[in-house]
Design a protein around this ligand. Sequence first.
Ligand code: BTN
Length: 334
Amino acid sequence: MAATMIPGATDRRIDALLALLCDNAMIVISGAKIAREIGVTRTTVWRWIEKLRDLGVQVKGHPRTGYHIEQTADVLVPRLLRKRLHQGPFGKRIHHFFKTDSTNTVAMHLGEQGEPHGTVVVAEEQTAGRGRAGHTWYSEKSSGIYMTVLLRPPVSPQQAPLITLVAGLAVREAILEQTGLTPDLRWPNDLLFGHKKFCGILTEMHAEQDQILFVAVGIGINVNHQRIPAELQSIATSLRIETNRVHSRLEICARLLRHLETYYNRFVAEGADPIVSRFSEVSSYARGKRVRIATVSGTYLGTTDGLEPSGLLRVRRDDGRTLPVIAGTLSEAN
Ligand code: BTN
């Protein structure tokens, strides 16, 4: 299937321009040569370079002398991302946006249009990033990873929630590798350092009664945010704030896609068991944690009591009943 051009997606020639500059780092390439190689006018090259500069890419030079890149670019365009990936289906097709409303919304549309398993939608900025329970996801330009992976899993719709756990495990692994710090997993979809969240996962699905048509796994990671907006400061953090250094979003994205593919393949081949037991091992929320569960019909307190084989979290409520959490938002209770 040829890569279709999605409205609003980054022009593939900008991708080619950036790859050309990165492949020739520190070498000055004339505007005319770039224009010839990627098939646009010199004015367009200049305009696109301005656009890249606006994203923080450090391109030195001007149309008459030529351009060169001063520092490795950290823009999640297909060519730069794909060369860090293995051969598998995850990331074989990548749709990049400088700005879009929500990568999950784009991926859901693509799913309906038959886009293949493993397709990635990624944006530098989201204007309407969505979280669970109707929340918005703060999506500052070029600072975070805003990515959705489209999957077509051969499992029943009842097993779909496990894909959120699969994604959480993959993010944990990628961040541990990247930073050396071990994130905690808050069932089902948050990754934390201490009490502060730096990653959220939103899994959406299109299914018939007994068959999943596709799943969109949306992952938002606060990577290089220097500051978190005041209203979120007590509950959110970023990798940069935690580690005091800037991280390559390209590297993190690539690590994440590789781990996601591994965990996903394991889930499809072996079922829920390895996923549920791994999650139980590494999440401090799986057992013995005092929690507050907020649901539409009210809030209750309890202590977590392990995961069910289906991946649902059991909570021993203060009223004595032990029940799985079907819907609701979990937070640690003091
Ligand atoms: C949550 O914690 O409530 C889930 C947040 C998920 C945010 C990501 S960012 C990429 C993708 N696109 C969206 O609109 N949402 C997800």
